[in-house]
Each structure stands twice: as C-alpha cells, then as structure tokens.
Design a protein around this ligand. Structure first.
Ligand SMILES: *Cc1c(COP(=O)(O)O)cnc(C)c1O
Length: 224
C-alpha cells in the first residue's frame, strides 16, 4: 500500500471517530512514526501531505531529518538518555518523553532557542513494568517542579497503552490521561498549558481520538 492510500483510510477513521465524539477532525494531528522505514518511505509520507514525523531513536531522527525535504515538524517519542540530549535537541520540535527532572536539567543546559522546547510529560497510566513514564500520582508535583526550567513548556501529556487484542480495553487508560490533563489545566500554570494529549498508535488510535487525543502516533498502519 502507498502511504497516500493508508493516510486516506486513517483520515476517514479520524473523521468518523470525531463525528462520534463531537470533535473537529482538525483537532487531531497525525504523527507518522518512521522508525521501521527508510528515508525514501519517509519522503513518500511527506509528499502525501504528512508534516509531523516521529522517531524513537536519536540516530533515526538525525538520519531522517538529514535525508528528507519539505515542511516537517519533528517529534522525539522514545525514552531519552541524558547524554544524548545535546544531539537530539538540534533536530526536534517536540519531545514526548519527559519523565524526570534530571532530563529537564540537561535540556535547560543545552537548549539554545529563545522559545522553550515543547514537551509532553510521559505518564505510565497502565503501570506496566516495561513502560516508562511517571506514575499518575507523581505528575502534578513533577509539573510543579518543572517551573524552574525556563527551557521547558509542558504542552501536554503522553502515554502508551498496553497492546491488547481489543482496543476497546484501552479506553480507560486514555480516559485517565485526559482526566489528569484536566487536573493540570485547572492549575493554570504558565509553563504548563497542557492543551495536548499524545495518545493512540496503529492498534488503538480510534479509541484514543474518541477519548480526546490531539496527536496520534501512527507507524505500522501508515508507513509500515
Ligand atoms: C513505535 C511507536 C509508535 C507507533 O507504533 P505503531 O504500532 O507502529 O503505530 C507510537 N509511539 C511510540 C512511543 C512508539 O515507540
């Protein structure tokens, strides 16, 4: 399948999910996760109209950013080691995996742009050991503590749901993330507008949209 065909199908699913949940389709942005595919396939996605590109490895994002042309917004979605911060910062617009103060500290040291880096705080809603992210109970305090880092703007929360046979089973995970987002928003922190929700992958993006996702991260069903 071409990316264009896949994108068309996904866009129809987005439209239908938005219709069901009373949302506007333009509130949902698709991040094409290109970690499994080549620079050429990534370029095909851009040519098909994709602007948001996501990678989970620093080497991957550098390779793709250096190899494609066209208007692009770069998202780092993998867990980030502090020693790789300098390299990744030169290549990204959004970080989806802020999960510790030491990482914020490192970003503060390295970020040279006047505007703060747009970050998602990663939350491990499901509690699976294999997943990174903060426990939901830690999120508010963590975000309060981020105030001291002028290089960080908390644009939203991010989670990964467990892989399950029936995506319906992930609904409560996404709902919990949205409720947590509302708690953060109620605090009206200047450094944490928290207007975005990064949730939903190939297997479960439809449910995530119904629960309020503003960024879905789609790899296998979009680009392969
Ligand atoms: C790989 C990955 C995705 C995309 O996964 P698919 O199931 O291929 O859509 C989304 N988010 C993160 C954090 C990933 O690592």
């Amino acid at each position: 399948m071409t990316v264009k065909e896949n994108l068309h199908k996904i866009q129809e699913e987005i439209n239908a999910a938005c219709q069901r949940s009373g949302r506007e389709p333009d509130q949902v942005k698709i991040i094409a996760v290109t970690k499994y595919v080549t620079v050429e396939r990534t370029q095909e996605a851009i040519n098909a109209g994709i602007t948001h590109i996501g990678e989970n490895r620093v080497e991957g994002i550098i390779e793709k950013a250096g190899g494609v042309s066209g208007p692009t917004v770069w998202h780092f979605i993998g867990s980030l080691q502090s020693k790789k911060v300098r390299k990744v910062l030169e290549n990204i617009d959004y970080l989806h995996s802020l999960d510790r103060l030491s990482l914020a500290e490192e970003i503060q040291k390295r970020w040279k742009v006047r505007e703060p880096l747009k970050c998602f705080v990663q939350v491990n809603v499901s509690g699976e050991k294999s997943k990174s992210g903060l426990h939901p109970n830690e999120v508010i305090t963590f975000i309060q503590n981020l105030k001291q880092y002028s290089a960080i703007e908390v644009v939203g929360l991010m989670t990964m749901a467990p892989f399950v046979e029936d995506p319906e089973d992930t609904r409560s995970i996404f709902k919990q993330l949205r409720l947590l987002q509302q708690e953060v928003q109620a605090l009206s922190f200047k450094h944490a507008p928290c207007t975005e929700l990064s949730m939903g992958m190939s297997n479960d993006y439809i449910v995530a949209i119904e629960e309020g996702a503003t960024f879905i991260r789609v790899g296998s069903s979009l680009v392969g």
